[in-house]
Design a protein around this ligand. Structure first.
Ligand code: HEC
Ligand code: HEC
Length: 287
């Protein structure tokens, strides 16, 4: 019904079908849906454990009381691009807007058009349970000073068009770095270690995705892993990555998957360095 309405009204409105694909490429459903068969997609309640406490993905269906039914497109763009609520307060970066800020204007419009077509759910969003003092939204302002640069993705000079498409998929939509780039104790990504693996959220070690880390795997192996979740040794991945495969990488078109891999192969080679206590001292000094 709504789908028809959006498709019928020309280009000022986003494209619902493209938006649906982009939502898959960004794995939106995972964090915004409880892991239970009867859960309405995007109705919220999914716990996300972090060293700062447990966040709950909110209801983002178009329900006017419990979801984001009375948001305007500008509210959505502001949330994704700037990490700000309609009332101006900060979102916590457990919502990966540090990556989503890189999504293009056209793609944001399509995502928004898609979100408007979701089944409404009257489920109340759940309060986050955060350790003191991490529950204070204004502290995120300081975090943003250090770790947040708003603005859409710009092509990386020196990369092919294919690899740049891959870079967009990895950096903006896929938010792969949220887990594959190590973090300091403030939860800020260490940009010099981009995608080199280390402690991700939930304090678990993630593998190095730069060519050093993936050198034993052929393009076919990586592709196979990102579609089926099986490695050449027959291992199956930890749940965090299994979910990314289920919701995101297995849903990509073959061209996009190919682009994503081309980008990983073009990354600067970095060795995998485990978390060190000096990292902690360094980040304290930054305060
Ligand atoms: C890694 C988990 C995660 C992913 C992936 C994710 N979100 Fe969220 N999102 C959150 C969390 C947590 C919040 C709440 C943040 C807060 O309260 O400060 C949130 C908040 C939001 C909000 C604000 C809701 C409100 O009521 O204020 C919107 C809109 C939203 N997300 C849309 C999206 C879209 C669209 C995608 C995919 C492009 C997406 N999210 C992917 C975790 C996620
Ligand atoms: C929620 C955290 C998370 C996100 C987001 C995430 N990953 Fe992973 N990834 C992991 C973990 C944890 C593993 C290790 C799985 C295992 O070995 O059990 C992994 C493993 C992998 C591997 C296998 C590497 C190897 O050497 O075997 C590849 C390739 C990979 N991820 C690519 C990606 C890409 C591409 C994205 C973005 C689309 C992504 N990951 C997003 C957590 C994540």
């Amino acid at each position: 019904m709504l789908l028809g309405a959006a498709a019928g009204s020309a280009s000022a409105q986003g494209d619902v079908r493209r938006g649906e694909y982009l939502a898959k490429a960004a794995g939106c459903v995972g964090c915004h849906t409880e892991e239970n068969k009867d859960a309405v997609p995007y109705s919220g309640g999914r716990p996300l454990k972090t060293p700062f406490g447990t966040f709950y993905g909110p209801n983002i269906t178009p329900h006017v009381e419990t979801g984001i039914g009375f948001w305007k497109e500008e509210d959505f763009v502001r949330a994704m691009r700037h990490g700000e609520r309609p009332d101006g307060a900060n979102y916590f970066p457990a919502f990966p807007y540090p990556s989503f800020t890189k999504i293009s204007d056209a793609d944001l419009r399509d995502l928004w058009a898609y979100l408007r077509t979701l089944q409404r759910s009257s489920k109340e969003s759940r309060q986050h349970e955060l350790r003191f003092p991490f529950g204070w939204r204004f502290l995120v302002t300081f975090w943003k000073w250090f770790f947040f640069t708003p603005g859409p993705f710009a092509n990386i000079p020196g990369l092919t068009d294919t690899a740049n498409r891959g870079a967009y998929l990895v950096q903006a939509l896929g938010h792969c770095s949220e887990c594959h780039t190590p973090r300091n104790f403030l939860g800020g990504p260490k940009s010099s270690r981009f995608l080199a693996g280390g402690k991700g959220p939930e304090d678990k070690d993630t593998p190095n995705l730069t060519p050093t880390g993936l050198k034993k795997l052929s393009d076919r192996d990586v592709e196979n892993f990102l579609v089926t979740g099986v490695t050449p040794d027959g291992d199956v991945p930890a749940e965090a990555m299994a979910e990314v495969i289920r919701n995101t990488t297995s849903q990509l078109t073959p061209q996009d998957l190919n682009a994503l891999i081309a980008y990983l192969r073009a990354l600067p080679k970095l060795a995998h360095a485990p978390f060190q206590s000096s990292d902690l001292r360094l980040s304290r000094r930054m305060l």
